[in-house]
Design a binder for this molecule. Sequence first.
Ligand SMILES: NC(=O)C1=CN([C@@H]2O[C@H](COP(=O)(O)OP(=O)(O)OC[C@H]3O[C@@H](n4cnc5c(N)ncnc54)[C@H](O)[C@@H]3O)[C@@H](O)[C@H]2O)C=CC1
Ligand SMILES: O=C(CO)COP(=O)(O)O
Length: 344
Amino acid sequence: MQNPTPPARRITILGAGAWGTAVAIALAARHDVLLWARNPAMAEATRAAGENTEYLPGFPLPAGLNVSSDLNAALAHVGGPDAGEAPLLIAACPVAGLRPLLEQLKPYPIPNIVWLCKGFEGGTGLLPHQVMQEVLGDRVAGAALSGPSFAQEVARGLPCALTVASESRELRERVVSIVHGGSIRVYSCDDLVGVEVGGAVKNVLAIATGVADGLGLGLNARAALITRGLAEITRLGVALGGHASTFMGLTGMGDLILTCTGDLSRNRRVGLALAQGKALDTIVAELGHVAEGVPCAKAVRELASKLGVDMPITNAVAGVLFDGDTPLDTLAQLLARDPRGEVA
Ligand SMILES: NC(=O)C1=CN([C@@H]2O[C@H](COP(=O)(O)OP(=O)(O)OC[C@H]3O[C@@H](n4cnc5c(N)ncnc54)[C@H](O)[C@@H]3O)[C@@H](O)[C@H]2O)C=CC1
Ligand SMILES: O=C(CO)COP(=O)(O)O
């Protein structure tokens, strides 16, 4: 038997890139959603066009979806006297924007916060929940919402399954009750570290498979990269306190498969372009979107080295991205490594 339709809630989404816009479109069918863009001109252009032509062209915004660049109004939508029962605040910026965004939120009585970003913070090597802890402390419950989900497919209303991870059971249940529905399924999990590590490092592996596919190394090589990639993601995640089983789920294996094989992935496209010999600066500029795997490769290489975790594929990607290593030499080095047991 179907569950009854849950009541409409107030939701504010902070960040009007491809993913924030897609989630806003999907949730606006069932809830009262406000999408906040930090750039007033961009918010105005999006309202005028009825579409986010910069980050998610071709997907008309539903009539009830409010777009604003006024942060006070965006937060009053979920934290003011009219916010109603169980409102939800979602941060949809890249990892690099999370700390500055949370700093801006400090003075406000925010109800909770759910982040959608995938990566480690550059410089500190922190996961999003650790950044949130540093900026807001314990006073606000936080959750990560992650999993295999290309923005364009979610905006089209195609089915997808996500996982919400939080130490707060109340917040997990709130996210499930609000986001689960229509064509989106939401599973829940208390392994925040595992969920965040899976979502972050799969982007590095998507660059690796993009390079391999761009070089024409074949489907066998792709499957090997994905599988050995999952092994190194799991090693890092467990070293950081995640559970090995989490990496077999949506936010680990699920998102890894999607991003490594789907040409909608920006990270995979970075790898394909690297294989053509394009310079990283050019690739990133032409992309027009974030490719979180690029800064993440550097952060993960540093972290893994500090923790003594063996991450040969991530190191290889970082070498190609930052040290001028060529993809073919890197491949030769990966293949020449000593044999080892498959399961550590
Ligand atoms: N696009 C997708 O299919 C999915 C993306 N994600 C994650 O969501 C996050 C956002 O991704 P997208 O919206 O796709 O990126 P995007 O590149 O489409 O948009 C980025 C947005 O963040 C803003 N921005 C860029 N740099 C910033 C900074 N340093 N500080 C604050 N804001 C900044 C831009 O103005 C823009 O609104 C990323 O962590 C990504 O990995 C997660 C699931 C799916
Ligand atoms: O995280 C994503 C899908 O789950 C999006 O991947 P890209 O950032 O590589 O496009």
